[in-house]
Design a protein around this ligand. Sequence first.
Ligand code: SR1
Ligand code: MG
Length: 424
Amino acid sequence: MVLSSEYEALSPETLGTRLAGVEALRGAIGGNAADWSVSEVGDGNLNLVFIVEGGEGSVIVKQALPYVRLVGDSWPLPLKRAFFEYNALIRQEDRDPGRTPRVLHFDESQALIIMERLQPHIILRQQLMAGRRVTDLGRVIGEFAARTAFRGSDLSMTAPEKKADTALFAGNVELCDITESLVFTDPYFDAPRNRHTSPQLDGLVAELRRDEALKISAQHMKRAFTSRGETLCHGDLHAGSIMVTDGEARVIDPEFAFYGPFGFDIGMLVGNYLMAYHAAGAHIADPAACAGFQDWILEVIADTWAAFVAEFSLLWHTERTGILYPRTLYEDQGHGLASEAALQGLLAEIFVDLSGFAGIEMHRRILGLAHVAELDTIADPDIRAACEARCLKLGQTLVNNRASLSGIGAIIALARRGETGDQA
Ligand code: SR1
Ligand code: MG
């Protein structure tokens, strides 16, 4: 049977019949739809996600819903986000091959993507909550962030290609609107959709909302988000958007993709690692094991940034074929040192943004609508609030002092200081 062009949400009961005619699916898992086993496993905020298993394999079928799953049909959301996710996935595959799930089939009218099932991978957030390490996590994701940032920008693409792509992703209006509201604005006032651990955090939340410098900085960062279309960002790179085994990490779920600042993805990710760091004590009972795991998270942060810098620098030297900082102006004129200085200046700007976005991500995950499981699952509200308070204060410092931090080591030192309560 061929899918009708009118959108209809799939269910485990209807999926086999409705997708039986999709050649790519039959080829991947075996042709007899009657034998397929289907389960809905989506635990994210927005979509349906099915595992479909046949005699010869299994795949993921992801379908957008016409509303925000987390909230319900009172919050409509366009199906078109599947189109942006599909387009982001194929670009990411091109820019960092093998790091994202392989797309097998895309159906725009049904807002569905059939893709490789990553197995036995689990969501990185679950791995972090269980106190389990992932070999090479920092290097691999730092390289992914650098490759997608560099190769999706005017440093690499031709001007017509970059402009056409910017126009295409400019249509992802509603998902950008979610970030513009939920991430950059709502946390800093008493917005209707907000929630926080109350009454324990009430005083600190009021203090943050009185911090005018913080509010100004958050809007400066939002201005960067809305107007600095430097590269194609993943748009939602957190520990729920990475799937891992103990030895491998893959990046999923780029439906929030948009053209934005170089430092957006890596900054959001570092914010998530810092929350995992501060929540670890509530999930890992043995103090020595917990301390070791926290050290590892900080190493991941350092490795992520080091890998980003190394890879971005390598691409600067070997793939700078776009309209920005052209070799004709630097190396070809014998001004290699100026090219080096330009690179260092750009990396320094990216680091400032990283710090700002990391701080804002921590704030919105504690004060806004969409929280993170590391913190939300801490049952004792006093313990939860203590972890959250450390994140909120660290976030405030990262945002307010983003231009004066001396490097990734400074962020790591601030995190350690918050954890030990040593504010000196
Ligand atoms: C209403 S959507 C809330 C959050 O879920 C997504 O994963 C994004 O992080 C978004 O901000
Ligand atoms: Mg998501």
